[in-house]
Design a protein around this ligand. Structure first.
Ligand SMILES: [Zn+2]
Length: 318
């Protein structure tokens, strides 16, 4: 029987239920909490967030993975309160969304320093909250090429993942060659890594999803709902049918159902930006699962995608 670190403590894997594996309670660029234009009171954040998590729970959602890294607005005492209030398991991330969202303090941090930081957050806790991280976030900085800091973060994440047994999730699957080389050098099996955002409108044609999967990596179709059909679509939006067809191809004729994870990457209460109107984690229940059913996907396959695959991925491997 495996376990997963949630913000309220470790829980047995089989209690996770349906998992939204890449979401955000609230993501913002470093410093957004200081910007008076966007500043929100704790009550405002609560009011925006609780109904979304309650609806998630009522739809049958069990676990919400917050993919917000260090410096991007994590607030663990708040997450603990949200989880206790709504009954949704929340899994928090250590790591960074990318080298370019790490504050200057970390700009020259060594691999050893970064690994120690991640290991501390996984085994001791984040800040004084006592809440332990359940996953490590890494990512490719803007520009589309891994920077030296990105590479140090990936290497530190690989070491922390090997030592603690938590999994790694990437922001973007572009420029995957150096990432795969680093994971190989550190001896981290690629089934402990999900390469994310292969499906968004900007990166889908630059992400080698089947190549990464052929090497054993897990693949994240995790921007479901960011559609060009939205009233005010973001720059990474993609036509709904294009993304769905891509996903169906990947789990169907290309044969990678066992390695796929799916999520909506929505913000319950965005920090320092307006967010994307009309898009929430509940896209999974309101749109995505109905679209999959309409495409002939059976219930066992839906369980594989949203329960079994992410549970296996999140379970501490040590
Ligand atoms: Zn995200």
């Amino acid at each position: 029987m495996g376990k997963v670190n949630t913000v309220l403590g470790p829980v047995a894997t089989e209690t996770l239920g349906l998992i939204a594996f890449h979401e955000h309670i609230g993501y913002g660029m470093p410093g957004s909490e200081l910007d008076s234009k966007w500043w929100k009171t704790p009550e405002q954040k609560y009011e925006e967030t609780v109904p979304k998590l309650r609806a998630f729970h009522e739809y049958g959602g069990g676990t919400f993975v917050d993919a917000t890294g260090i410096c991007n607005g994590r607030d663990l005492d708040y997450y603990k309160s949200l989880s206790a209030k709504t009954g949704v398991h929340i899994v928090a991330s250590t790591g960074f969304v990318g080298g370019d969202t790490a504050l200057a303090h970390f700009a020259h941090a060594s691999v050893e320093y970064l690994a120690d930081q991640f290991i501390h957050e996984i085994t001791v806790g984040i800040g004084n909250s006592g809440a332990k991280a359940g996953i490590i976030k890494v990512g490719v900085s803007r520009g589309g090429r891994m920077t030296d800091l990105d590479k140090r973060i990936y290497r530190a994440a690989a070491r922390a993942a090997k030592l603690t047994g938590v999994a790694v999730m990437t922001h973007l699957a572009i420029d995957a060659e150096p990432a795969i080389e680093i994971f190989g050098e550190e001896g981290l099996p690629l089934d402990r890594v999900v390469f994310g955002h292969v499906d968004d409108g900007v990166n889908h044609d630059k992400s080698k999803d089947t190549w990464i999967a052929s090497l054993g990596g897990r693949i994240g179709f995790d921007t479901f709902g960011y559609e060009t059909e939205l009233p005010d679509p973001p720059f990474w939006a993609r036509p709904r049918k294009d993304r769905l067809d891509h996903f169906l191809r990947f789990i169907g004729e290309q044969g990678y159902l066992g390695q796929v994870l799916a999520s909506a990457d929505a913000n319950c209460s965005p920090l320092g930006w307006p967010g994307v109107k009309g898009h929430t984690v509940n896209y999974i229940f309101e749109d995505l699962i109905p679209d999959l059913r309409a495409a002939g996907i059976d219930e066992a396959t839906i369980t594989t995608i949203f329960v079994d695959n992410p549970a296996d991925f999140l379970t501490l491997h040590n």
